[in-house]
Design a protein. Structure first.
Length: 302
């Protein structure tokens, strides 16, 4: 039998050496707020730039950039913030601060090194040596984007008068799903929900079973994952049963809709949680009945 260990080992060494010598293609990205990032270029199309910065991949719409350069030969995984100095004579100078003291600021601009007296500067010069992190809103969460969400909710919903004067608040549970293939533009998601609510009081008893299709939109502020807020608009139909006493009841089907606003910054592993304020209406022929209250949701990605 031939010894295949050495040839196999040789092939593996050549393979990994080949990977290690593949050149990294740098790219420079500049945002309108003056933040500049030297990244690794991954992919480009007419709308997006896909880059890698400090081991993470980001998808950046070109319209969000002030400038980008795919021929940059500088080092990667480096970032800085361009200083924007507004002078009292109306001029604006952009560049990196090379040095500064209590009287002067030396800035490196496209014109070279400029020494500017602080008394000529209208805006405040930051004393911090800023090394910004890449905005997390552009993080390419392909794994998360390709996952479906399934979860449940608890609702506590006081009703508005006049129905609310005769019955306690509605409360109940719901189940929902948000399929991965119905997610688009990174922030919009279509979902489906089935909800059961009831209100049992001394004068009236109400139960409702509802099916909804809804649009969920999320927004992260200041690139902070904890500042993740959402809005939901849902429409559907509800089967509602009113029981006035032991001998009198009424059942019917009616359109219904709701709007929900809330916070979803709490995530742990594959699980997610939402705290929202919900406004729900049932559109009956005789009258529209509405309520407003709390909804707590949770679920998993898979």
């Amino acid at each position: 039998m031939k010894n295949t260990t050495l040839p196999l080992l040789t092939i593996l060494i050549i393979f990994f050496l080949g990977i290690s010598i593949i050149p990294i293609h740098p790219a420079e990205l500049r945002f309108p707020n003056g933040e500049v990032f030297h990244t690794e270029f991954v992919y480009e199309d007419e709308r997006l730039l896909v880059v890698r910065f400090k081991g993470s991949e980001y998808k950046v719409p070109k319209k969000d950039l002030e400038y980008y350069n795919l021929l940059n030969n500088g080092q990667t995984n480096n970032s800085y913030k361009i200083a924007i100095l507004s002078l009292k004579n109306g001029s604006v100078i952009k560049g990196t601060i090379a040095d500064k003291n209590k009287d002067e600021v030396i800035i490196k601009s496209e014109l070279g090194f400029l020494t500017i007296n602080r008394s000529e500067i209208k805006n405040t010069v930051s004393e911090a040596d800023e090394r910004p992190e890449f905005p997390i809103v552009y993080l390419a969460n392909d794994k998360l984007d390709n996952q479906t969400r399934v979860g449940g909710s608890f609702t506590y919903l006081p009703l508005f008068p006049p129905l609310g004067n005769q019955t306690p608040p509605l409360y109940g549970l719901s189940v929902f799903t948000e399929p991965a293939f119905l997610r688009f533009k990174n922030t919009y998601q279509l979902g489906f929900k089935f909800e059961y609510l009831q209100s049992t009081g001394p004068l009236k008893e109400i139960t409702s079973q509802s099916g909804y299709i809804y649009l969920h939109q999320s927004k992260i502020f200041q690139s902070n994952p904890l500042l993740d807020f959402y809005g939901i608009v849902g429409m559907g139909t509800s089967s509602i049963s009113y029981r006035f006493d032991q001998n009198n009841s009424k059942t019917g089907t009616t359109p219904s809709a709701y709007i929900e606003l809330g916070w979803q910054g709490l995530k742990y592993g594959p699980s997610f949680y939402r705290i929202g304020w919900k406004n729900l209406c049932f559109f009956e022929i005789e009258k529209t009945h509405c309520g407003s209250g709390l909804e707590l949701s949770g679920g998993i990605n898979f």
